[in-house]
Design a protein around this ligand. Sequence first.
Ligand SMILES: Cc1cc2nc3c(=O)[nH]c(=O)nc-3n(C[C@H](O)[C@H](O)[C@H](O)COP(=O)(O)O)c2cc1C
Length: 399
Amino acid sequence: MLKKKILLGVTGSIAAYKTAELIRLLRKHNFFVQVVLTKSAKQFVTPLTLQALSGNPVLENMWEPTEGNGMEHINLARTADLILIAPASGNFIAKLSNGLADDLLTNLCLARSCPLLVAPAMNVEMFNNIATQRNIETIKNDGIVLSGPDSGEQACGEVGFGRLINFESMMLDIKKIISAQIFLNKKILISSGATLEKIDEARAITNLSSGLMGLNLAKIAYTMGAEVTVILGYSNYEFPPCIKTIKAMNHDEMNKSISSNIEKNDIYISAAAISDYKPNYTKGKIKKGKESISLELKKTKDILSHVGKDFSHKLVVGFAAESENLIENARNKLVSKNLDIIIANEIKNSMGKTKAKMVIIDQYEEKHLPEAEKEVQSKIILEHIFKFFSRVKAHDTIN
Ligand SMILES: Cc1cc2nc3c(=O)[nH]c(=O)nc-3n(C[C@H](O)[C@H](O)[C@H](O)COP(=O)(O)O)c2cc1C
């Protein structure tokens, strides 16, 4: 596949030292990276370091002789899929807001026909300054997209907004700006992770769901333009701040959270492993002594089934993790729970694993996906959901 080209503009912010890592990450995500430095940026990072990491000569001067028509300030902007300014100094944002073009990077921004993503990084007072805020408003109104900044401790020792956004979130913003926004203006609710039911004050039963599938679905839905809310049980994975996360650690909390949020969303994807049975809670700690004890488990409410029936005007997607008769069991769930789509997967090949083999089943299709990373599967699943959504919408059965 042809690599997307990112023109990475680095400006005179102390956070410029982080660009070395950013370039490595961009290349890991299969981008071709062309670095352009401002004069001030060279005070913070050396062109040699960034050249070595990007694999391309670093550009900084508009007046150096080049091959061809000598118009690098236009040519470079024409071939880029995205211009990313990271870090963007307060000064550079001020120049952007006025359309100034007094060095190579500002010229490239002015001559661009591709999207421009700006990641500010400056001291909290510089960021909060009325002039900077006005400039940020102006560039946003001009169609320039902002990534961050984050809030937190700064290089100068002060605390507040102005830190360069973390790279995981920046990467999502990059993918979002260059991806087709198929879920623009759509809201997607995803439940993810495992639930934990207490047996007594010290013990609990849970399951092996890691939350990775929900995390990937959430991240990719975000890059496809959706407003994503995740109802999250136990998971070792960190969800990025661009994804609204509501904690729900047991069956009852999941039930409450899903029921109270679903109406606000267009699509619900149930990727959490919610307890089907829960123990009677014993106050205090059950004493150790007897050779064996038995635990009585009570069936819990089937949340997905209720959602499928009570919210049939929403598009509802379920997961069926099965140990046998995969397709038959999944098809039964699709019908009995009144779901629109079900994703069937074998427990031994998916739960707690980073890769999975899956089957997407709905009333129209049965699509077998070969084993792949859950990130890859999530993209295919979301594209399928979009196709289904458009198909059903065309039939006017979903509001
Ligand atoms: C040590 C030091 C650190 C600086 N850090 C920042 C910063 O984090 N963000 C910022 O906007 N400006 C910072 N500045 C000020 C910019 O370097 C200055 O405004 C410069 O003119 C920016 O040029 P440029 O926008 O062309 O890269 C810093 C200056 C110094 C001396």
